[in-house]
Design a protein around this ligand. Structure first.
Ligand SMILES: [Zn+2]
Length: 374
């Protein structure tokens, strides 16, 4: 593919305009451009046919695990990235201060998909088992954090997993430490929520505007909603402060029932991510597009589910070249179709939803080049 391209005949979803319209998209030297300028200036223009498909900014998955060399759960980045129509993925805490360099050498620099990272507050990330916050001597210091964040632009925030099995006797202490570190970095913390302790009325007060709560709609006890389907007080206050919610589907962290209840009472936008890894790739997660299809069937609009993996995800981690269709920004694009055929889609609780429309990847464009075609 040359320096000039025009994608034709597709329906363009612009998440910033909340619009869907049939129009052409131009690309000049890897950046989005007006299609008229491409026609005027271009030589050897590549015409890409998107007939019957939708074109959106490249999808962003804020929660994946792709650190194959240091963790047993890591999955191939491009398999869950560009081959699934996802142009940017964020590894959520597989790596920590001590093994980030290996993630960079083996995954970030070798993948066609853009790979970013939330750095685990535990030094070895998930590389030394899944109780990474049980020993306080494993925590990254503020000095170490400052050093690595200053030199590694792919690190977009911190990750702290707040489940009983992760923190053991430490309770809320690792998150208190993460708060101090994040305050010196001015970067968000992605907090995983699950089975307590710590309880959410201890977790939420430590979060500030821009922090991200992943696994927000899990179906376990002690979640963000009370029995009546309303947000617990501390969650409600946190959302008012600007704390963000994220799906983080995963093996055991996404419940249709929880999201249905939330949707009945709240219109708060959130990001959609997969928490995909080796053991949940086949079942129940599948892919980011399948996760989006589940939300589509739960009554969210196509524009909403696309916003959740583009502009909302981009803004959550401060990306300005991604998640947008503005001319001059990086030409990362996801071209997908809506397959209209009843399909069984399962959540983490084993509940089955018959989805009437399923998103399917068709063409993935990264830096203005076609990197995947179905
Ligand atoms: Zn995860």
């Amino acid at each position: 593919m040359g320096n000039y391209a025009i994608i034709q005949n597709g329906f363009v979803i612009d998440p910033e305009q909340n619009s869907i319209e049939q129009r052409d998209i131009g690309i000049i030297d890897g950046k989005l451009a007006d299609s008229k300028s491409v026609l005027e200036q271009g030589t050897n223009i590549d015409f890409i046919d998107a007939e019957g498909a939708y074109i959106a900014p490249g999808f962003i998955d804020l929660h994946v695990h792709v650190f194959k060399d240091a963790t047993t759960l890591g999955i191939e980045a491009d398999l869950v990235g560009i081959k699934q129509g996802v142009t940017t993925i964020v590894d959520a805490g597989s790596a920590g201060y001590a093994n980030y360099q290996l993630l960079k050498d083996t995954v970030i620099e070798r993948s066609v998909t853009e790979v970013l990272a939330f750095l685990n507050i535990a030094k070895e990330g998930l590389g030394a088992g899944l109780s990474e916050l049980a020993d306080p001597t494993n925590l990254m210091t503020t000095e170490e954090a400052k050093e690595i964040f200053a030199s590694e632009p792919q690190i977009v925030g911190l990750k702290a997993r707040m489940s009983g099995s992760v923190v053991k006797e430490q309770g809320i202490a690792p998150l208190q430490h993460a708060r101090l570190v994040a305050d010196t970095l001015h970067k968000p913390i992605m907090v995983h929520i699950g089975n307590p302790p710590p309880y959410l009325d201890e977790v939420f007060p430590l979060l500030i505007k821009g922090d991200i709560v992943t696994h927000a709609f899990h179906g376990k006890k002690h979640g963000i909603l009370n029995e009546q389907g309303h947000l617990i007080d501390e969650a409600e206050k946190a959302l008012q402060r600007g704390v963000l919610l994220d799906v983080g589907h995963g093996t055991s962290s996404f419940s249709y029932q929880t999201l249905r209840k939330f949707k009945e009472n709240y219109r708060q936008p959130f990001s959609i991510s997969t928490d995909i890894y080796l053991n949940n790739y086949d079942n129940p997660v599948g892919s980011l597009m399948l996760t989006m299809s589940k939300l589509l069937e739960l009554g969210f609009t196509l524009e909403e589910v696309v916003r959740a993996v583009t502009i909302q995800a981009a803004q959550a981690i401060g990306l300005t070249e991604q998640g947008t269709l503005q001319n001059g920004t990086r030409a990362d694009l996801t071209i997908f179709t809506l397959h209209e055929h009843p399909t069984d889609l399962v959540d983490s609780e084993g509940a089955v939803l018959i989805a009437n429309r399923v998103l399917q990847p068709k063409i993935t464009v990264r830096n203005g080049r076609v990197v995947f075609r179905q």
